[in-house]
Design a protein around this ligand. Structure first.
Ligand code: 5GP
Ligand code: ZN
Length: 133
């Protein structure tokens, strides 16, 4: 399969590694949105978060924490935004799951997760809630 992130895992495309373990690799984003913007990927190709096994999901959470600790140690940011774009509707461009780790710095001018989308349902929350029961 033609996948830029699989090519990074195989070493045919170079990367600046932030953290890795047996199953996950974190490296600096080539077009950073913040100082130390890091992407963390499973070394095995996975299209998105939805296809991960429970075991892979647990490993991912631990790898995120370890990568954040490394960024904290090296760059000493004041906070983070951590998340991923799931599927094209969520903004995913590279079709190999990758978690964005954005270090945040006081006064950096960035927003919060809430600035990604403002398109609430016309249905009131208490009506929508009935679908979840
Ligand atoms: P997406 O929009 O799919 O969530 O994000 C893909 C991310 O991968 C982008 O932030 C982009 O800059 C990064 N990226 C794409 N190709 C490369 C590459 O070859 N090397 C690195 N380090 N990052 C890449
Ligand atoms: Zn891949």
């Amino acid at each position: 399969m033609d996948c830029i992130f699989c090519d990074i895992v195989s070493g045919s495309v170079p990367n600046h590694t932030v953290y890795q373990d047996e199953n996950f690799l974190a490296f600096l984003d080539i077009f950073p949105h913040a100082k130390g913007h890091t992407v963390l990927i499973p070394k095995a190709h996975r299209d998105n978060f939805a296809v991960l096994t429970d075991e892979e999901t647990s490993g991912l959470a631990l790898a995120i924490k370890k990568a954040m600790e490394k960024v904290q140690m090296v760059l000493n940011p004041d906070g983070f935004n951590v998340g991923w774009n799931e599927d094209p509707a969520g903004g995913q461009v590279v079709p190999h799951l990758h978690v964005h780790i954005f270090p945040r710095y006081n006064g950096d001018g960035g927003g919060s997760m809430h600035s990604i989308i403002k398109n609430p349902s016309q249905t009131p929350v208490n009506e929508l809630a009935k679908k979840f029961v």
